[in-house]
Design a protein around this ligand. Sequence first.
Ligand code: ADP
Ligand code: MG
Length: 512
Amino acid sequence: MSDDTPSLDLRLDLADETATVALAEDLAAILRRGDVVALVGDLGAGKSTLARALVRAFADDAGLDVPSPTFTLVQSYELPRLTIAHYDLYRLTDASELDELGFDEAIETGAALIEWPDRAEDRLPAAMLVVAIGAGDGPQARLVRLTGPSDVWGERLERTLAVRAFLEVAGSPRGHRRHLQGDASSRSYERIHDEHGSAVLMNHPPEPDDDAGRARVAARAAAKLAEGPEPFLAIDLALAELGVSVPEVLAHDLDDGLLLLEDLGSEPCFSGTPPAPIAERYGAAIELLADLHARDLPEAVDDGDGGTWVIPHLGTEGYRNEVEILLDWGLPHYLGRPADADERERFGAIWTPLLAEIEAGPKTWSMRDYHSPNLLWLPERKGTARVGVVDFQDVAFAHPAYDVASLTQDARLDVPAALETELLAVYVAARRDRGGTFDEAGFRRAHAILAAQRATRLLGQFVRLKLRDGKPGYMRHVPRQWDYLSRVLDEPVLRPLKLWYEDVVPADRRLV
Ligand code: ADP
Ligand code: MG
């Protein structure tokens, strides 16, 4: 470590072994590829206890056998999110032996936990975190000192210890932390369980005050997407009031971006490999939309923090910006060349009347990603309350057909055409049943327009996620969007759009 690198130096009192396990899980929550964690302390200090708990947390397997690598010197765990190499160098006779143990490769491809790191002499990277475990006040207590370069560890450690402090305030000081979804750079979720049961932690760190952070904030504002944890709390309370099964907020610290939520379980509305929608569950989910859409929903709601949250409105501009992602990112990929001026102009001219028709239609709350990853099934509840909704912070006023189309043409799994037809029929019947004005023909046209809008946007966005954001995984959903699109382009209202697609992106170009 060069002398001018600021280093962090944290001291923690651990009252007993469960506190050591908790610290191990706090470290597991931030561990990533390339990390080296050195565990220093006398025999019996708790180095192996900490390493074991860390590996088990990462493996999400509390019973995983994590033997001390006393004789093998290294034990590797190839876990889905990271490979962890656990070293015990006590018996290392010479630092050069590290080569045979694949040390450099271990850090390149994963993370390393190292007991007795001093045996490695100067072979360890400067960026490592040193966890020194010393005696505390009593046989069970330990005093831990964490040191390392702050640019590598400072922010991450501060954040993960803030989560632990929040859990303490929320009444689960030693709650076990298990990764659920997301990564540290954006919103992430953990499952927390203790002797009382389980809950879900939503970790929503504030954006850093740098160029990249400010750019993300601006992009979300332009797309009328939620910023910070406030809208989640506000909409959660409002939807709960309306009888929707959203997670109860058990504790929150909005300034820190931390919420502890009721655990709605992990039973999805689909099953099998590849995942297929379960018709009854999708039917209940579509009925839930009909319930909401038949109501007069407020323009503003209580924000749960003494103020008011105003629900934004999605206008034509937003829809238009979204479909243009196809021109800017999708076409160069599918055609191998940028869209020309004529193609762009015809595309814009086609969308103008379609989006005007949407704008002139009814408006209601739209959750905007009302599809399989965000819906859970709660079999013990009744009727539409069996549908658990977990992603709604982007609620905005939009045409009711938008959320219906997000489900009938679920971007993440194949909804067969027959099920789409059936779901639409369920929705239409439910809307009629609930009374009020409902224009079926207008709704069906809007459904086609918005399904095409969504597929068009995603055909651009999945390419953008790969090329701009380094997330190629979404490309596997591209063929499905082409299928959905061709299904919906047969609607008469989309005739001009169908011709444009046939001309500009013929079938043999609709590839990944
Ligand atoms: P090391 O690997 O440092 O030699 P181990 O983790 O193998 O140490 O052993 C630590 C022992 O101390 C275990 O028997 C553990 O149950 C006990 N212990 C008591 N209190 C603690 C604590 N606060 N943290 C870790 N271990 C503790
Ligand atoms: Mg040991």
